[in-house]
Design a protein around this ligand. Sequence first.
Ligand code: GDP
Length: 360
Amino acid sequence: PSADATPKLAEEDLRSPICCIMGHVDTGKTKLLDCIRGTNVQEGEAGGITQQIGATYFPAENIRDRTKELKADAKLKVPGLLVIDTPGHESFTNLRSRGSGLCDIAILVVDIMHGLEPQTIESLNLLKMRNTEFIVALNKVDRLYGWKTCRNAPIVKAMKQQSKDVQNEFNMRLIQIITQFKEQGLNTELYYKNKEMGETFSIVPTSAISGEGIPDMLLLLVQWTQKTMVEKLTFSNEIQCTVLEVKVIEGHGTTIDVVLVNGVLHEGDQIVVCGLQGPIVTTIRALLTPHPMKELRVKGTYLHHKEIKAAQGIKITAQGLEHAIAGTGLYVVGPDDDLEDVKEVTMEDMKSVMNRIDKS
Ligand code: GDP
């Protein structure tokens, strides 16, 4: 066969990394995402969604555009970035755990005025337990007394515009927070001074209100993942997919929101998901996503796709999803697969979900 007959994989065919945003309530997790998306979810663009896991896709073009001032001529090799947002309320530990379990890298948000708080520690423990890489967004720098706004500026540039007093207050708070992390057994350092990435976790100062440091945060996430996680991010044909939510949507019936971690889903694929009364075997009727930079949880118009490559947050419509169980895996029945085997594998997930429910 000629060389052309075999589909050639791109030199590095990478999927989008999945990033989750964690931290204590009110540190600005939603606002940070709003700042990148140009939306206003935080001020109730979407009532009630704070009790669900959300997902937003940022295409590489947008990331390139937002980071151009940093003049990092580093290539973006990933098609985009999928950000998962988990509910902050104390009673949603299981949802936070589910969200963080999907991610390749996390943003741990710390309020510069408050330092480490109880849920910061909870998040840290989840991250440590799973050995998940993370960066720290030291948010609300605009609240330092006398802060001069430099809208959407890279943080080094913004910091240079500040008075000595502001810089001193920043440094003092930074040192305190680095010490608090040390008490948790972790080394942290400002990202542009961090020479041991991987051993020392990077801190990016940000403001979700005026956007300082947001370019730095985006670039760091993308560069760090594509540099150090090539193997994990290599595109695979094996489906890796988790059900986030089961929801009735007007005009669509019962739908499931899923995160496709790896692989491709097609309209018409035969799928198996866990149901309360046993495995549900059905066929994908429609693959829907929100527009890029829009939140999957928020009611809006959807884009229809014939097929979708990972990573993405997707709404799937299909028959018989009424009793599907969130937190479990979705499996595709391939041409060579035995349906009974796939059903069995699917139901294995029930056990781990039940375990988690017992514990929480
Ligand atoms: P979450 O609970 O972590 O999602 O926090 P939110 O995004 O809901 O933000 C909590 C509050 O802090 C809101 O009133 C935001 O407007 C405010 N906030 C978030 N980020 C910033 C920031 O960078 N600067 C300032 N001044 N306020 C912020």
